[in-house]
Design a protein around this ligand. Structure first.
Ligand SMILES: [Zn+2]
Ligand SMILES: [Zn+2]
Length: 805
């Protein structure tokens, strides 16, 4: 047997797989059921990193496994190419982003080929391809025409370094997701998509999808649904004359009798409308200015900061007990969340408690507990279902009863209404940058915002050499006169184009649909094809985008379903988040990390099969793991043994001796591929090979079944051995069925005891009776050979065979 030359063999199969008909998805396959396997497409920054290795290989293994199981598998790949990396390269090196993206895409796809990934290469595209972004623009037009996109002055997150508006999703933790710098708040003209309106539908998507509970929880928290009461409180002057009303939203209406002040967001409209009645307007304006300098994140997260500013001369009336309480501005209340005003109950909210102490405000306890040092908060009083105090006719009731009855009273008397609130906001949908989809609308002085005619799509991104926003933070497109000035499609008069571009999440919000029909010039995809491929059966990728990309995907799919161009509301049936590869400092390994090992170097040194298996053997799909070369030799040795199986192949059939081992293997790897647990699938293959090595032979049938079992993990070497031993292509095989009857060992080992002491072990067929075992024992176990009288036999099948003499 010649040595295994992975360089030659892997190249040979990779070349062949470029055109492998078995890896092509067939629209409307007449017999096979469909399986849509989607790997989250990579950014086309051009380098293969360890994260790609960890994420792609299990997806490839599952795709290969499903093909063996008789499915018509769609396993496509493309590139997410608008946005940051191309833009930064353009600014830094003056490169043309288009060229940068093309080069990057070629590089990453070549790397994927070197891993032996079985993508359907005929369906590839990038989000910055005009044929693709034509349809991203088309979707925006539909959103606009259906009232789901609007332009408005907005209080938005802005990164001074990137000179761009960021969504809340993109500025989590108060830091710019792109450059890591602090985000500030500014007023700008912003395109918003009405994502908030879809909150309930998104929650339904989360219920429907198969996904880890912690990921679902993160999404639900992001949407932040809360049920409570919206209470209207009259606002009065010193003399009790009603001037206005303020609405507060609370999820703790049970504490309503404990209100001792009310806090408004500094941007609340009352401040302006009642400015003549506010006695300390100078102080109020100063406080407002100070607030504007803080980011939203700082405002809600600086728990220790108890800053506030009293609105002198104004009071709120609690409609339940007619109590007159002071009004304050507090920057921890946000104008865009709920009503922009909250009731304050210092006895039962720690923040209010500290604020009240600081500003010397009355504290009224309305629920039982010790408030001498701190508030008795909801978690505590609800879990104990404590008694109500100082709450008029509700005093003495338990909290849970009171909550219901107080709500009923408020609704009945018209003091307020039951209300559901969501933390998630509408999606700010524009950036002042060059490398993105241009908006297909114009501004006309006569007609307002006018959408382009659909036949004029795509609106191409114009060429330029100047990729920097201007000092005002306007997009580079605003400097291109020939682009800016155009005619209004409605009245034919002069008009200006929108010069902002769409955010980099736009193109990834619908790409799984395009794979179903990637070259269609007349629709985003043919609806019959979309119905055939349906929802993505398994979507793999990182977990870092779970509250962004995946929520945006739910949103667009719902909208596209509602206008009849998507087949269902649920884009994905199952989402699996891959763990990270960490470097030896425990940091995420990426191309920028200092300790990073280049993924391709490992492939070049050890080959794709070894690399694929080694990285999967380090940890399960969803688990993080540390990169190490330790153990890679074990994989090399294992595949060497597999190669040498060719030397010990015997006659046909499955030997009884190996039937148990083989069926155990088939059962185990089938489950593991379905669950992307490649580490335990590898263990199962190793255990099987150990059995074979001990016996020194493998039959042809056993070898064939084993190669198919291992193929999803190590496709090159198994394809090669198959071709050499059986002729033909393993890709045409079907996965071996488990013979359940063989999952029970036919031969069992019985430890034989004499007077309770172990004297030997017998190998017998599993159906052997007690008498048969005894006669075998008499002839084979030394200690029983010369015994005349046997007093008793204690036999517990599978456990004990004890002979008392
Ligand atoms: Zn930034
Ligand atoms: Zn016009």
């Amino acid at each position: 047997m010649s040595e295994y030359n992975f360089r030659e063999v892997e190249k040979k199969w990779q070349d062949r797989w470029e055109n492998e008909p078995n890896f092509r998805a067939v629209d409307f396959h007449p017999t096979k059921p469909k399986y849509y396997m989607l790997y989250e497409f990579p950014n086309t920054s051009g380098t293969l990193h360890m994260g790609h290795l960890k994420g792609t290989v299990p997806s490839d293994a599952l795709a290969r496994y499903k093909r063996f199981k008789g499915y018509n598998v769609l396993f496509p790949i493309g590139g997410d190419s608008f946005g940051l990396p191309a833009e930064n390269a353009a600014i830094k090196y003056g490169t043309n982003p288009k060229q940068f993206v093309q080069d990057g895409m070629k590089k990453i796809l070549d790397s994927f080929k070197k891993l032996g990934l079985s993508f359907d290469w005929t369906r590839t595209f990038c989000t910055s391809d005009p044929d693709y972004y034509k349809w991203t623009q088309w979707i925006f037009l539909q959103l606009f025409k259906n009232g789901k996109a609007y332009k408005q002055k907005g209080h938005v997150n802005f990164c001074k370094t990137c000179k761009t508006v960021l969504s809340n999703e993109d500025s989590q933790g108060g830091k710019c997701d792109r450059c890591g710098n602090d985000v500030i708040q500014v007023d700008r003209d912003v395109w918003f998509l009405k994502m908030k309106e879809y909150s309930e539908k998104l929650l339904k998507n989360i219920d429907n999808i198969q996904m880890a509970d912690n990921l679902k929880e993160a999404q639900r928290n992001w949407i932040g649904k809360s049920e409570g009461v919206e209470l209207s409180m009259p606002v009065v002057d010193e003399n009790g004359v009603e001037l206005s009303q303020v609405k507060i939203f609370t999820t703790c209406i049970e504490t309503v009798y404990g209100i001792t002040y009310v806090v408004l967001a500094p941007e609340h409209s009352l401040v302006d409308s009642l400015k003549d009645k506010i006695e300390n307007m100078d102080e109020v304006l100063k406080y407002k200015e100070k607030t504007a300098l803080k980011s939203e994140f700082d405002r809600i997260s600086q728990v220790k900061d108890k800053s506030g500013c009293k609105l002198c001369g104004l009071y709120a009336i609690n409609p339940l007990n007619n109590k007159k309480v002071p009004l304050y501005l507090g920057d921890y209340v946000l104008g865009n969340y709920g009503t922009g005003a909250v009731m304050a109950v210092p006895a039962h909210d720690q923040r209010d408690y500290e604020f009240a102490k600081e500003h010397n405000i009355e504290i009224v306890q309305v629920i039982d507990g010790d408030i001498s040092n701190q508030a008795v908060e909801k978690l505590e009083y609800i879990s104990k279902n404590s008694k109500m105090l100082n709450s008029d006719k509700f005093s003495g009731l338990s909290v849970l009863d009171a909550k219901k009855q107080i709500t009923d009273l408020i609704v009945k008397n018209g003091f307020g209404r039951v209300q559901i609130n969501y933390k998630m906001q509408d999606w700010p949908f524009n950036r002042q940058r060059y490398w993105g989809e241009p908006f297909p609308v114009v501004f006309c002085d006569k007609c307002g915002i006018v959408p382009l005619d659909e036949k004029d799509l795509p609106l191409l991104l114009p060429e330029t050499n100047d990729y920097l926003p201007n000092e005002m933070g306007d997009s580079p497109l605003s400097k291109i006169e020939s682009f800016v000035h155009t005619k209004c499609p409605k009245c034919g008069g002069d008009a200006r184009r929108e010069t902002d571009t769409m955010p980099n999440w736009a193109g990834s919000s619908w790409y799984w649909l395009r794979y179903c029909d990637p070259h269609n010039p007349n629709a985003l995809a043919d609806i019959e094809k979309l119905k055939y491929w349906g929802s993505v059966d398994c979507y793999t990728g990182g977990t870092e985008h779970i509250t962004r990309h995946v929520l945006y995907a739910f949103f667009w799919q719902n909208f596209l379903y509602e206008i009849g161009v998507a087949p269902s509301r649920d884009p994905f049936i199952r989402k699996m988040g891959s763990g990270l590869i960490l470097d030896d400092e425990g940091k995420k390994m990426s191309k920028s990390s200092k300790n990073g090992v280049s993924a391709l170097t490992v492939v070049e040194k050890y080959g794709a099969d070894v690399t694929r298996m080694h990285i999967q053997f380090l940890a399960g799909y969803e688990d993080n793991c540390m990169w190490t070369f330790n153990g890679i030799d074990g994989i090399v040795n294992f595949l060497d043994r597999v190669w040498k199986l060719q030397d010990i192949v015997r006659d046909d059939g499955v030997s009884d001796k190996h039937a148990y081992a083989l069926n155990t293997l088939i059962k185990k790897v089938s489950e593991d591929y379905e669950n992307l647990k490649l580490n335990t699938a590898i263990s199962a293959c190793m255990i099987f090979i150990k059995t074979i090595k001990e016996d020194g032979y493998i039959t042809r049938q056993e070898l064939k079944d084993f190669l198919i079992c291992l193929n999803p993990l190590a496709p090159h070497i198994t394809s090669e051995i198959y071709e050499r031993v059986f002729g033909g292509d393993i890709a045409n095989e079907t996965f071996p069925e488990v013979d359940e009857s063989k999952l029970v060992l036919s031969e069992i080992e019985i430890p034989v005891q004499v007077n309770g002491k172990l004297k030997g072990v017998l190998k017998v067929s599993k159906d052997t009776t007690q008498d048969e075992i005894l006669s075998l024992a008499k002839t084979n176990i030394e200690a029983l050979k010369n015994v005349d009288t046997i007093k008793k036999v204690i036999f517990v099948p599978g456990k004990i065979f004890n002979v008392i003499v």
